[in-house]
Design a protein around this ligand. Structure first.
Ligand SMILES: [Zn+2]
Length: 253
């Protein structure tokens, strides 16, 4: 059975229903469904409430940091009254120049503190801000931290540093492409007990996905990603799937 460690089903329109209806038959048993602002949390919650395999993550995405409504943190805490709820997608993105980085950092660290206080795993988006990410998490490492870095794009050294701080590393369909050398290098360097795989559906880059809004294509990409990843780890696909599944169960705290 496969799991998708990072997806936005709430943004997938009619395809979300198709994906969830055929998930079991396509051997996908778990979806970590990430919110990005208070606007989409109700949809994430209703998807999780209506489907066992959907694990809800509520968070303010760094791209939405400057649009966070007053009292967003109180709203977040209310959503976290669901014991299976995690925090995400949260993070830091220096490539997103039109959202002030200090504002991103403020919103991110507040969510980190809530995650630690309420003992919830969290999902991180990080682009070109690895030093700040490591610094903020390291500051809190005496606490029990469990998190994943989604669509990991950093170096093998950064992955190793994050793993030491408690991270799981989630790899994207970029791994399918042989020219994605850096992704493959970081993937090879990540121990199997720290690997997760994801699609970020429906936000696959155009180069990878020409027809993003398509449930059939979704299952093809996820299957191809697992197939390539198993091969890169020199494992039988089934044994590999079992191992990744087990890694993901940590987030079912
Ligand atoms: Zn995402």
């Amino acid at each position: 059975m496969m799991q998708d460690a990072h997806i936005h089903l709430q943004d997938s329109g009619a395809e979300a229903d198709k994906i969830l209806t055929s998930a079991k038959a396509r051997r996908v048993g778990m979806f970590f469904c990430n919110g990005t602002s208070t606007d989409d949390w109700p949809k994430v919650k209703s998807l999780a409430d209506s489907c066992d395999g959907v694990v809800p993550f509520f968070g303010i995405h760094p791209w939405s940091a400057d649009r966070a409504v007053n009292g967003w943190d109180d709203i977040l805490v209310k959503y976290l009254s669901d014991p299976k709820a995690c925090i995400g997608e949260i993070g830091l993105d220096k490539a997103k120049k039109n959202v002030d980085f200090e504002k991103q950092r403020e919103i991110f660290t507040r969510q980190l503190d809530i995650a630690i206080e309420l003992r919830r795993p969290f999902a991180v988006h990080c682009v070109q801000a690895w030093d700040t990410l490591v610094e903020e998490i390291r500051r809190r490492t005496d606490k029990n931290i469990c998190f994943m870095v989604h669509w990991f794009s950093g170096s093998p050294e950064t992955a190793a540093e994050l793993i030491k701080l408690g991270a799981y590393i989630s790899f994207s369909p970029r791994l399918i492409y042989e020219r994605a050398l850096k992704h493959r290098e970081s993937f090879s360097a990540t121990p199997i007990n720290k690997v997760l795989l994801e699609t970020d559906y429906p936000y696959l880059p155009d180069a990878i996905a020409r027809n993003t809004q398509d449930a059939e294509k979704y299952f093809e990409w996820l299957g191809a990603l697992y197939g390539i990843a198993a091969r890169l780890k020199n494992m039988e696909t089934e044994a590999f799937e079992d191992k990744v599944w087990e890694n993901g169960t940590i987030f079912l705290h």
